[in-house]
Design a protein around this ligand. Structure first.
Ligand SMILES: NC(=O)C1=CN([C@@H]2O[C@H](COP(=O)(O)OP(=O)(O)OC[C@H]3O[C@@H](n4cnc5c(N)ncnc54)[C@H](OP(=O)(O)O)[C@@H]3O)[C@@H](O)[C@H]2O)C=CC1
Ligand SMILES: O=C(O)C(=O)[C@@H](O)[C@H](O)C(=O)CO
Length: 276
């Protein structure tokens, strides 16, 4: 697996496994198969109620702990400093591991306006060794500017919705200007209409790859870090088998051109959406 280097010096795999909806003992087995297939970055969140099974899969995997990057995320209801510190410790305890590699603020919840306080807690948790790297999710440039101005500390990653219908080029440019890696959530658009898109199907046929492999390759060639979710062994393998071909600049540009202003998931604009 190829890596990006974060602004705090740690390496992070270029593709990760999304785990929203993977739960229970079946979830443990699904995450174990992903690790056996080569995944070394696992994305979880307090609100997915699966930190326990993700931790169990990592502990069962036989892969050494320091080879795996585990992400979790702080929910909106815990943005106050003291609550955030407890929530981080609860996340770690549920995993059964000693630390979490990457901890993100899940949503900025700008109407509550407590995300700077939450960020102070993540900074302190990093100093205490509870979490290795810290970052944000669904943060717009204005939110990151405030973190920088009020704390002087920038996120290592910013995880945002990105897929061909919503390519986030402006956000990526902003993140890159601050040394932040942009992770892509819903990177294959939740597998809805992408397969039937003629443009992507044509490119896929030219490379003898699936439409989803082309989309995931497109993310990487643009400098994004996609975290596709699959509970299925074969699809998990397909989603990381994307390092043996290159899209041309023209193909990348064609996929970029699919993006449109209202291409994001419904009601997921971080300027408005509140998640607790
Ligand atoms: N920070 C945030 O606010 C958010 C973060 N996330 C994170 O991002 C991850 C990924 O996003 P998500 O919304 O799950 O959407 P994805 O774009 O990853 O799509 C997941 C869906 O695609 C299917 N799928 C996966 N691979 C293939 C394939 N190769 N061929 C056909 N179908 C496929 C999966 O089904 P199957 O499992 O059956 O293969 C599932 O139904 C989440 O799981 C979560 O970890 C998601 C939303 C918001
Ligand atoms: O899955 C996540 O990480 C979320 O933040 C979800 O809330 C997601 O955005 C969603 O589907 C909300 O309906």
């Amino acid at each position: 697996m190829e890596n990006y280097i974060l602004n705090d010096g740690f390496a992070i795999p270029k593709v990760g496994l999304g785990t929203y909806g993977l739960r229970g003992e079946l979830g443990v087995r699904q995450i174990e198969t992903a690790i056996q297939s080569g995944y070394r970055l696992i994305d979880s969140a307090y609100n997915y109620e699966n930190e326990g099974i993700v931790g169990k899969a990592i502990r069962n995997s036989g892969v050494s702990r320091d080879q795996i990057t585990l992400t979790s995320k702080l929910p909106g209801r815990y943005h106050e400093y003291d609550k955030a510190m407890i929530a981080i410790q609860e996340s770690i305890a549920r995993t059964g591991l000693d630390y979490i590699d990457l901890y993100l603020i899940h949503w900025p919840n700008p109407k509550e306006d407590k995300y700077v306080e939450a960020w102070q807690a993540l900074i302190n948790a990093q100093k205490l060794g509870l979490v290795r790297s810290i970052g944000t999710s669904n943060f717009l440039p204005e939110h990151i500017d405030r973190l920088e101005k009020e704390t002087g500390v920038l996120p290592a990653v910013n995880q945002v919705e990105t897929h061909p219908n919503f390519n986030q080029e402006a956000q990526r440019e902003y993140d890159a200007s601050k040394g932040i890696i942009t992770e892509a959530w819903s990177p294959i658009g939740r597998a809805t209409d992408m397969m039937s898109n003629d443009l992507i199907t044509e490119i896929a046929q030219a490379h003898n790859k699936t439409a989803y492999q082309v989309i995931l390759r497109w993310h990487i060639q643009r400098g994004f870090l996609p975290i596709p979710k699959s509970g299925n062994y074969q699809r998990q393998r397909q989603n990381i088998d994307i390092f043996d071909f290159n899209l041309s600049e023209g193909e990348v540009a064609k996929i970029n051109s699919m993006s449109h202003e209202d291409g994001r998931q419904k009601d997921q604009n971080p300027a408005e959406y509140q998640e607790f």
